[in-house]
Design a protein around this ligand. Sequence first.
Ligand code: SAH
Length: 360
Amino acid sequence: MITTSSNTRSALSDHTVASLKTHIAHWGMNPHHAARLLKEYYRTGGRVDFNELKIGNALETKLSAEIELRQATMLERKVSSDGTVKFLLGLKRGGAVEAVLMDSATPGRAAGCVSSQIGCAMGCDFCASTKRGLERNLEAGEIVEQFLQLRAEALSSGRQLRTLVFMGMGEPMQNYDNVVTAVERIAGEDLGEFGWRQICISTVGIVPGIDRLADEDRNVVLALSLHAPDDETRSRIVPMNKRYPVSEIMAATRRYADKTGRIPNIEYCLLNGINDSDEQARMLGELMRGFRAHVNLIPYNWIGTGLSGTEYSQPPPERLTAFMTILRDAGVHAHFRKTRGEDVNAACGQLREITVAATV
Ligand code: SAH
């Protein structure tokens, strides 16, 4: 049976059909309602109405008394001029987390971005999430709730949530079990029905995590945050490179692609004068040779000074174009990733925990 702590009730998002059935049977009621209830909970983005489901007064009363409908409350909701919506969700277990909903290229479709941790321990120098270090891992149910809020937000504006990316705060591979448990619920046929291929897990390049994900045949899309083609540059901006250097993370990403058949994304945040030279573009082209993967170039989003005290900036437009041209001439499948939600600090790398005394 799922309990969170001695004085905290579990929430529906903490449950699987099996665990909810156990609860209901333990109350001496009919457990067959569990599957329908949870499915509706996921379909509606957590807006399920027990009354409409006709699960009976007794079960409705017991559920309301014993299990929370939600463990996250909306503390803040900001809408950007481009329609991007950023949430700040206060968590019952403590702390707050940010999630973002963006329009996709296809009208009527939206993409969601979720966090896997509060804060981050990776120390990437150009990313805001790491500025105050790691506070804690998110539980699977807390990740599920971000997805539910995003689905509800999309539904309320007549859009369909079609993609979910783990590109918010945190390093998913450092919270592997909870991330995979959440993904199983979100994608599972008996719950979220989202589909593995609609989910993208982005990593700084934790090799054992990439291999584990490949071995477990999860079939999600993998994104590797590369950001530099050479170890000298990458170690300057991504400290984890000292542990898992470029050759090893690229090899692991290739293994992932071979094993799952999914085309990975290579993320490359362009920083003026750091990783945006012609030579680095050529090196990146070389690194990508014979590798069927997509390179996403992300012009740097400003975060103030990084941990090292360096203040980065975006390369000028002609540099961005030159970099892209070299890559494409080398036969690399590369795109610029459009920056969304900048005016509400919801763009890549700008998500940052805001300390709140979250009493939900
Ligand atoms: N830890 C994971 C996921 C979170 S970061 C990872 O490293 O992939 C999500 C993406 O945003 C990564 O590709 C990251 O490098 C990029 N990013 C971080 N800070 C950024 C910034 N200031 N501007 C643009 N992209 C940034």
